[in-house]
Design a protein around this ligand. Structure first.
Ligand code: 1HS
Length: 260
């Protein structure tokens, strides 16, 4: 029996944003391994295609590479329509695409604020708005928040605020969509070593990446940063019917960072 027949997402169609690297790539691969057909949306075409090819190598015909900026309403509508048309349905949306920011409220640039909110908050709204037109009973939306949406992180004002908005939007979406049988939950990961995080880690170390990593590890009782696969595991659970009684939930795979 193939994973498409027996996997935890057997027969499901998923759209993963920011699927070209890091957590999004790990989740897209994991979803496909568990039987889903996966549309891999990324702003970088070569990365969207890379993940789709990696999926196709193991699970032929289960991937579709899409290019688009989640902050652009027209590109989002086009991508969601293409994903839905490919397999005739849409069951799972993982709003993973995100950007970081730099600076405190005292020195952050206005365009840095606008970019963080445009991608992290508005992007989650735009893709969800387009996707729910095609989703129904049993649908699952997983939003990507952050521990930074729950606690203050130094010199990360716009990122913190935008991820806090994702947490609040998740709860609102959960209430609005529950009558339609669509569940909405948010993952608030601790730091996972991905390309997105290097600028923040380097800045934290005064330009020295290793020093920034060392300082960051002091915030994690578990003694290490997370891996993309560890977050993808949580996304898979929330996407699957195993989380059938969960909506509006905030899940923190963070190595104990917010426990202290
Ligand atoms: C990038 C991820 O959303 C975590 S935000 C930074 C948290 S920490 O590095 O200051 O613990």
């Amino acid at each position: 029996m193939t994973s498409q027949e027996s996997g935890r997402l057997a027969g499901k169609v998923a759209l993963v944003t920011g699927a070209g690297s890091g957590i999004g790539q790990a989740a897209a691969m994991r979803f496909a391994a568990e039987g889903a057909s996966v549309a891999t949306l990324d702003i970088k075409p070569e990365l969207a295609s890379l993940t789709a090819m990696m999926i196709d190598k193991e699970h032929e015909g289960q991937s579709l590479a899409l290019v688009g900026n989640v902050a652009d309403a027209v590109e989002v509508e086009t991508a969601v329509e293409l994903a839905t048309a490919e397999w005739g349905r849409l069951d799972v949306l993982y709003n993973n695409a995100g950007v970081d920011s730099s600076g405190s409220v005292a020195d952050a640039a206005e365009d840095d604020w606008d970019r963080a909110f445009g991608v992290n908050a508005k992007g989650t709204f735009l893709v969800s708005r387009a996707a729910v037109r095609h989703m129904g009973e049993g649908g699952s939306i997983v939003n990507q928040g952050s521990v930074a949406g729950l606690v203050g992180v130094p010199n990360f004002a716009a990122y913190c605020a935008s991820k806090g908005a994702v947490v609040a939007l998740t709860r609102s979406m959960a209430v609005d969509l529950a009558p339609r049988g669509i569940r909405v939950n948010v993952i608030c990961p601790g730091t996972v070593y991905t390309p997105l995080m290097e600028p923040m880690l380097r800045a934290r170390g005064g330009g020295d990446l290793e020093a920034g990593l060392a300082k960051t590890l002091l915030k994690y009782p578990i003694g290490r940063l997370g891996t993309p696969d560890e977050i993808a595991n949580v996304a898979l659970f929330l996407a699957s019917d195993e989380a059938s009684f969960m909506t509006g939930s905030v899940i923190t795979p963070d190595g104990g960072m917010t426990a202290q």
